[in-house]
Design a protein around this ligand. Sequence first.
Ligand code: HEC
Ligand code: HEC
Length: 628
Amino acid sequence: MPNKRTKVRSTDGNLSLFTDNFMKKALLLLASLVFVSAATVLCKLPKNDTHTPLTTEILQEKYLQDILALQKEVQKLQVTLQSSTDTNLIQQQFLQARKAYKRIEFLVELYNPVLAKGINGAAIDEVEEDDPLQKIVPPSGFQVIEELIFPTFSIENQALALQETGILLSTVSRLHKTSAYNQMTDSHIFDALRLELFRLVALGITGFDMPIAQRSMTEIDEVLTSIYNTVHLYENKIADKKAIEKFDTTLKNAIAFAAQNTDFNSFDRMTFIQQFANPLGEQLVILQNSAKIAFFQEKRLLHSQASSLFSPQFYSSYYFAAEQDTNNVVAKAELGEKLFFEPLISGNNSVSCATCHQPQKGFADGQKVGRGIHQQALLRNTPTLLNVALQANLFADSRVSYLEDQIAEVIANKEEMHSSAEKAAQKINQLPVYQTLNENAFGNKTLQPRQLSEAIAAYLRKLTLLNSRFDHYMQGDHTALNSIEIQGFNLFMGKAKCATCHFVPLFNGTVPPDFSKTEAEILGVPAKPTFNNATLDKDTGKFMSTKVHLHQFAFKTPTLRNVAQTAPYMHNGVYQTLTEVIEFYNKGGGAGIGIDLATQTLPTDPLNLTEKEKIALVSFLEALDDER
Ligand code: HEC
Ligand code: HEC
């Protein structure tokens, strides 16, 4: 397998994009927009130069022009805001500007992720965690403007909307300046195209990046057209012409599907993903192979060769590991499994990990909050450990980054195991039954304290399953889900907004498509399961570890895989059933049950789910049980 990371440049770039074939398709699909801009690019290229431009050079030129086009659209928005108070005019121009961004999103995310955030990041205040002054970084970009002009524009927001549009304009100018020297490679381009497709599935059609306007469906064609145009710049390098035709057909059909289904709530996400997005991902892999463009190897949670988000074999359970030594993981996990059930690692030899994380209860314990080493109530509910490795940080308050550190902490915790890795290792080393296991795992009969956590972590990483009925369905087994569960998935991804925090396909807060960070959110979880005049639970969550005020009452977004097995729910176990949890969300979280928390990050509007829809959502969650 090719494993060169960079500089996989094409050598025979030429002007084949002007073949009749291309023209026909481009005109058919795009009303010739690309053609015009490609033509401009070509005019700029030196005419009697012996150097034939590389495809990446053509793309780079086109990119710079498309940034200028975005700049123009944002300027128009500025002018519209200055000269009009007509909601419709303003919103239309806003959507035009967003579309111009969607055309280049894959490249902005690839080369300027920081500016991508400035242009289209969430409209939520942030604090740099290592800033001792806790300076609040206000959000900027489209989503901030969206809040000011949707659902209707009112004159009081004019000044602010203009100010924010000005900021956006300067971010776009900066993007233009910093993009002048991009060194594009074919490998990165093809990678970015697939990531853009994954972004569309996980963040686009869920409304994640346009939460209020509910017009996400109208951006699908922009994203797909951009993918189409870029692929066709490579047309003459792709030997497999049938594959191009197939790709064109799928893409055209996807655009047609989106054009006919523009309503946010009723958009059939399952059909879109299964019939169009997943096949397009596979076809992009085929086209890349056919063009002999290498896949670069980069350390990622989702392997760079994945053709879709729904290919479990491409998720690496070692991505977030402190120890990158993946030798002997099978033997390490075998040792770790035995240690997991070993009460000797606790101070008074009475508690093992499995006392609280019980395999038959989805690795939770079925109690409101955990019971400690003296049977006392712990602060929080015991979470599942299934798929635990797929997160950038651990514990409800996100206080630890690595499983290895987390394990050492639990063992040392006075409330939980009240021992230490050193003491635990000492006890283990006196037991003959462990000698062979230790030796197989680490080449030594005696275990170092650090190896104890490493072994248990290896076992926990083996609990990465991703093989629920949902996964089978996504891989093409159409009997795996029934129609109510599919309806539940569509609600989860759309009207109920669940997937804007519990991202597919991990259903936790690890953000696709780069899966490098895990989010925490403020919901306003109550102390008691009442839906009227509720009071906020006192646990301050992430604030306890960061001391950042903005993190008060923020909790890590947990996975919903295997959730049917792990009642009760939330960090404090306040809800006994999934139906209650859904009722909480349906009312708008804390804000809807009488908790006034200005920093709530969950949208406060009620979801207006019908009884049938609530049942469908629960059914879908129940289809997320992994096979063990
Ligand atoms: C006394 C009960 C108890 C014991 C024993 C226990 N845990 Fe836990 N575990 C908990 C509770 C409660 C939490 C949630 C704490 C929090 O979020 O602050 C937790 C959290 C975790 C997490 C974080 C999960 C996530 O998604 O953030 C991991 C991993 C974990 N435990 C592994 C272990 C291992 C490994 C052992 C044995 C070495 C162990 N636990 C022993 C109760 C226990
Ligand atoms: C704004 C982000 C956000 C949205 C939207 C959201 N969740 Fe959550 N969800 C969270 C967070 C954060 C938690 C953890 C809260 C806690 O521990 O107090 C959570 C917890 C849960 C739990 C409990 C899990 C457990 O193991 O205790 C369930 C079930 C759940 N969510 C389902 C849903 C469903 C269904 C939807 C859509 C109706 C949804 N969520 C929408 C962020 C979100």
